[in-house]
Ligand binder design. Structure first.
Ligand code: COA
Ligand code: AMP
Length: 262
């Protein structure tokens, strides 16, 4: 018996050469056309009208699928930026990440981490001791790809997040991305806040502590943000890390807990 092919379906939409939205799924052959339709609908339903939509359907031949349980999610009820950032810093320190690296990471996300001054197109990889950036291209960064929720896990995480009023699509997608990152070889933790000026939430994620969501990591109206993957630079084997993050398919088939922190 032959193993059924797994397809990666990826959508990106842009206007005047600016990326506006992107999303991706993993699927068997039967559902490819439905998912393409769903992703097209999504590309056309964002505020700005795209002038280009690219949908890629790619068979992942020979790739073995890794099944993961989503990180446990804890949502902080802190309501101001100073409290959220302080809690995030404390958590990063608890992983052994140096104050120097933590401040470098926050500064990059505040300023726009691309050398040209804006946001990056992917994530930074940062040495947890020195704060040195290790991603191959500082303008682009590393983009995590080839991950999705199984149907059952997708329904379950929707219900779990709705119970704590986290119904924004970004929370579910960021939790999936952070789960893949947390299981990547050599990753200590991830720091993220969105570059969407209307979305102020961010998170710290690691295998040890799960996904800790902070509702306000920046002021509304600020369109700077990004992602930092902390690693031990002296022990890093970069190729397996980059290959896992970008190419190894990961399906989230079971769901961790989702709670509001007391
Ligand atoms: N920001 C800015 N530009 C982006 C981008 C992003 N997030 N994603 C893609 N692009 C643009 C870039 O110009 C890129 O060229 P580059 O590789 O030199 O940066 C170009 O599109 C092609 O990107 P590529 O990754 O090859 O496209 P793809 O069609 O294979 O995949 C995505 C596109 C958006 C689906 C994928 O990159 C991605 O980000 N997947 C994760 C989506 C997700 O769930 N995100 C949740 C985050 S909360
Ligand atoms: P977002 O959460 O979509 O607002 O993205 C915040 C930042 O994360 C962006 O500015 C990028 O720097 C980075 N980013 C976006 N997509 C990815 C990805 N697929 N993998 C890694 N980093 C990403």
């Amino acid at each position: 018996m032959t193993t059924p092919l797994l397809y990666s379906i990826r959508m990106r939409a842009s206007a005047a050469s600016h990326h506006i939205s992107g999303a991706e799924r993993l699927s068997d052959q039967e559902r490819v056309s439905i998912i393409v339709q769903e992703l097209m609908t999504r590309a056309l339903s964002r505020g700005a009208a795209p002038d280009r939509i690219v949908v890629t359907v790619e068979a992942l031949k020979g790739a073995s699928l890794r099944e993961l349980r989503s990180l446990d999610l804890t949502a902080s009820a802190a309501s101001d930026i100073a409290d959220c950032r302080q809690a995030a810093r404390t958590m990063l320190l608890s992983f052994g990440i140096s104050p120097l690296a933590i401040e470098a990471a926050f500064q990059h996300l505040d300023d726009g981490p691309a050398p040209s001054g804006g946001n990056m197109r992917g994530a930074m990889i940062m040495d947890a001791a020195s704060g040195t950036r290790l991603e191959p291209d500082h303008e682009r960064g590393v983009r995590v790809s080839r991950f999705d929720w199984s149907d059952a896990a997708s329904g379950e995480i929707d219900r779990s997040l709705a119970r704590i009023n986290l119904t924004h699509f970004r929370t579910k997608e960021a939790l999936a991305l952070a789960t893949k990152v947390a299981y990547a070889p050599g990753i200590i933790a991830e720091l993220c806040w969105s570059d969407d000026s209307t979305y102020t939430a961010g998170y710290i994620a690691s295998r040890a502590t799960g996904y800790c969501r902070y509702p306000c990591m920046k002021e509304k109206g600020i369109d700077r943000g990004g992602r930092v993957f902390f690693v031990r630079g002296d022990k890093l084997d970069k190729d397996p890390l980059l290959s896992f993050l970008q190419y190894d398919p990961v399906l989230i088939t079971s769901v961790g807990s989702c709670i509001m922190s007391p």
